[in-house]
Design a binder for this molecule. Sequence first.
Ligand code: KG4
Ligand code: ZN
Length: 341
Amino acid sequence: MLLLGIESSCDETAAALVTGDRKNLSNIVLSQNAAHAPYGGVVPEIAARSHIEHMDAVVQHAFTEAGRSFSDIDAVAATIGPGLIGGVIVGAMTGKAIASALKKPFIAVNHLEGHALTARLTHAVEFPYLLLLVSGGHCQILAVEGVGKYTKLGGTLDDALGEAFDKTAKLLGLGFPGGPQVEFHAKEGHPLRFSFPLPLKGREGCDFSFSGLKTAVRLAVRELGALTRQDIADICASFQYCVSLILKDRMQHAFRVFSYKHQARTLVVAGGVAANHYLRHALEEIAGEHGFTLVAPPMKLCTDNAAMIAWAGVERLRLGLTNSLDTEPRARWPLTEVEVS
Ligand code: KG4
Ligand code: ZN
């Protein structure tokens, strides 16, 4: 089984070829970071135009790198939401056009389902597992019980974790996207110099809140005035340290809730923030303390890519879950509302 995956829901134009036996033959990701950097965030119209401009070449590149041709594929999977709707439409239309021309099945993939199932491509993780999904737009803890079977245990009450990283970086005058910048500067910093708040710490449940942390960073920046390189490093290190404490605190509740219902002891971390080494290490520690094993996909499969979309397509095609060509793109589409029929 060979699937073409297409992703364009945010600021990466991506295409990939993945086989049914978990081989990632190509994984092309064209980042638009440089185009959005001057604005300190993704500008939807710029993103959509860039997807239109580059999508065809990216798809062609995916075939060339894999050494395969269009006629070799069994189906096309494309992200049809959630995301910035202009970009989503570009990928969805491209996928439908290819599927239609080749007379092959089309699979409409939820972007979050792509992140959620990646660990099955990279590590063949069995259902069920506990999932911490942390990206630029989403921050939630879910029990993954099967394809399309997701139970939400908690989510953010305000900002997503990636958003908190991006906003912190912006306050410090660092580049975009902020996550990798904060992680880089934190390496030189002192994590205990600033004691930022730990929202919801000790509270029951698996929800998150990061807006208080962001406000505390803003106040610290204002108080310091002109920032030295060391100030920036110390704020990044203190921020990241607090995030690790928040994640550990919230995950303790999640391990308990998940264990009421399931025997399995696997924690999967997915989404762009899962690329952060420091946080992976913190999660590994807390998982170990609760008898769980952490599975984290390689960094290039944590941030947005099309291999995860192709793989979600493989999982769906195996179950006979295909979609008609009039399936509409969706800006908003919670993972718990993904169809399995
Ligand atoms: O999953 P993703 O590529 O796109 C969305 O679906 O949102 O996640 C992007 C987010 C951004 O907020 C980015 O700053 C964050 O992931 N991110 C990181 C790191 N790499 C990317 N956050 C913390 N540390 C990193 N190393
Ligand atoms: Zn994503």
